[in-house]
Design a protein around this ligand. Structure first.
Ligand code: 2BA
Length: 112
């Protein structure tokens, strides 16, 4: 099978198991990595998958159907010039996801 595109999809942990079940059922090979968001510093899941070009729309469509956006409260540190502590945490509501999907061209794929 010719693999043309490398998909890296960062999804929320809550969506990961349903997503991998459906991708596998549709015949996609997927590697699942435990990852951490740099802003929220909480766990998320990164999928990497080599996909033939003609199957890319199907792959992305599955991600769109399975990954929901959610509101989350982040604790952000603000610089505080009024005290010696330096930083004061304050809550900030952010919308996370559905999914952040990077699609790269595969120059070469070998299974050895
Ligand atoms: P986090 O970095 O933990 O970001 C979680 C959510 O916080 C983001 O949701 C966004 O709504 C917000 N956010 C992130 N950085 C921010 C900032 N500097 N100021 C204000 N709000 C900020 P998403 O955009 O849906 O991102 C979800 C996760 O996807 C991220 O988790 C990160 O792990 C990954 N991600 C998103 N964009 C990326 C990129 N350009 N490169 C690499 N990873 C990315």
């Amino acid at each position: 099978m010719k693999l043309d595109k490398l998909v890296m999809a960062i999804v929320q942990d809550e969506d990961a198991f349903h997503l991998i079940d459906l991708l596998n059922a549709k015949g996609f090979s997927v590697t699942k990595l435990a990852s951490t968001g740099g802003f929220l510093r909480s766990g998320n899941t990164t999928f990497i998958s080599g996909v033939p070009e003609e199957r890319l729309p199907d792959f992305v469509n599955i991600i769109e159907r399975k990954c929901r956006s959610r509101r989350q409260i982040a604790s952000v540190n603000a610089m505080n010039s009024n005290n010696s502590e330096g930083f004061t945490p304050y809550p900030l509501e952010v919308t996370v996801g559905g999914a952040n999907v990077f699609i790269l061209n595969i120059e070469e794929f070998r299974k050895v």
